[in-house]
Design a protein around this ligand. Sequence first.
Ligand SMILES: [Zn+2]
Length: 74
Amino acid sequence: MPDPDEKPDQTPSDAPLNEGLELCANCGTALSKDEWCPILTDTDADGDLVIRSFCDEGCKEAWSDADSSGSRSA
Ligand SMILES: [Zn+2]
């Protein structure tokens, strides 16, 4: 029986609040899209290209160092 009052699967295709708002991949700081921030291209486990943004060069380097070690702790 369909219940018209409940739509548990209703998920917005894109969340307006998060659109354009990047988080630093290293420390999680919200990045202003009005300011330039360093980015790094990476590939995920499936080989898809991922672009990571960082709040500053220090975070970018910290991420690079951690990533190149091969052991990324979750
Ligand atoms: Zn950062």
